[in-house]
Design a protein around this ligand. Structure first.
Ligand SMILES: [Mg+2]
Length: 351
């Protein structure tokens, strides 16, 4: 894995020779020069995406409105901090693909990043790649796109997740979405490097046409159900576990990278029955797993929903870390200074 990272920059120029000469130097020039984020094409793509969202016809505002937006949604969908995390992951992935492409062009072996049946996180074994065309596998929700329409509706309702509403959203919410920042550039690099783009999602197979139309509509398609689009119901899957579909994809493709917003987007082993938050954290930081992050497995932020949002007080705040504030002095013990007229109001520190 480390060899790939080194090769990524050292052989980037080699990768680019003969690859869509008119277009890829612009993309890869930005990568090699570490200026990808400011690359003109990247800015154009993000501006076009912002303009597309602005041009959507405004639907009537449902009533009643709740007074605020949940902090997790503010963070994921509206903060510059989340954009930075998205770009950190996806520019790292684009760079990684340049390295993979270099390996392929000079005849080096490339490893799959899909764990084989029977493998464990402590003793990982990956599926073989021999002779298969390369592919990258993306989750869809909160990895490829942000579900602004659905989550906005949920924020206004202030109600818990509802499976029926989600199914309706899969069928009809094909436009009120936003591409996750940086993904358009990654997909451009992948396709120019002849690396297939495959989606593995827990959306329902019965809604495949609408999901394909949604991906097409935001410029991430085309996709073909059963080849480059895999959904719940495909490959015998009946629930949110994705290993079966991953293995079906890996039977046809050499999966050189995966990207998701949940640990289950990389292996179902992270979601063993009864796994506590501490066990999942330990698994994510295991010796072999650590080597995968940023080198084949690329994680996106999602504080809005998912398996990671679990844990009671003692899970989140271990008892040994308990702290309580020093008791407030009584008026008789220490005088409290009066505020100075004209002094600025105290503000919360940015952490
Ligand atoms: Mg997801």
């Amino acid at each position: 894995m480390m060899r790939r990272a080194t090769l990524a920059l050292a052989t980037a120029a080699l990768v680019l020779q003969g690859c869509a000469a008119a277009a890829i130097p612009v993309v890869a020039g930005g990568l090699v020069g570490r200026k990808t984020v400011s690359d003109r094409n990247a800015r154009k793509a993000r501006k076009a995406e912002a303009a597309r969202i602005r041009s959507l016809p405004a639907a009537p505002m449902p009533a009643p409105m709740l007074p605020g937006v949940p902090p997790a949604m503010q963070y994921l969908y509206a903060s510059g901090e989340a954009v930075a995390l998205d770009l950190q992951a996806y520019m790292g992935l684009a760079n990684y693909l340049v390295g993979i492409s270099a390996d392929l062009r000079i005849g080096h072996d490339v490893d799959s990043v899909v764990l084989a049946p029977g493998a464990t996180l402590e003793q990982p074994k990956f599926l073989p790649c021999a002779g298969k065309p390369p592919a990258i596998v993306f989750d869809i929700d909160e990895t490829a796109i942000h579900n602004l329409g659905f989550e906005g509706d949920a924020a206004r309702r202030g109600e818990a997740y509802d499976a029926q509403r989600w199914a309706d959203w899969e069928r009809t919410g094909t436009r009120q979405v936003a591409v996750v920042p940086g993904l358009t550039e990654v997909i451009r690099v992948a396709r120019l490097a002849k690396i297939a783009v495959v989606f593995n999602s827990n959306r329902l197979a019965e809604n495949a046409d609408a999901t394909a139309a949604m991906l097409d509509g935001v410029g991430l398609g085309p996709v073909v159900h059963g080849d480059t689009l895999w959904l719940q119901g495909d490959a015998g899957s009946t629930d949110s576990r994705k290993d079966g579909r991953r293995w079906a994809i890996a039977a046809k493709y050499c999966v050189v990278a995966m990207s998701g917003d949940q640990l289950g987007d990389f292996s179902d082993l992270f979601n063993a029955p009864g796994a506590t938050p501490a066990a999942r954290r330990e698994a994510a930081a295991g010796l072999h797993t650590t080597l995968m992050w940023g080198h084949g497995w690329f994680m996106l932020p999602n504080p809005v929903y998912g398996t990671g949002l679990r844990g009671g007080m003692d899970d989140v705040f271990p008892p040994a870390t308990r702290w309580t504030p020093t008791p407030t002095p009584t008026p008789n013990s220490t005088p409290i200074a009066a505020p100075i007229a004209g002094a600025p109001a105290p503000v919360a520190k940015e952490k």
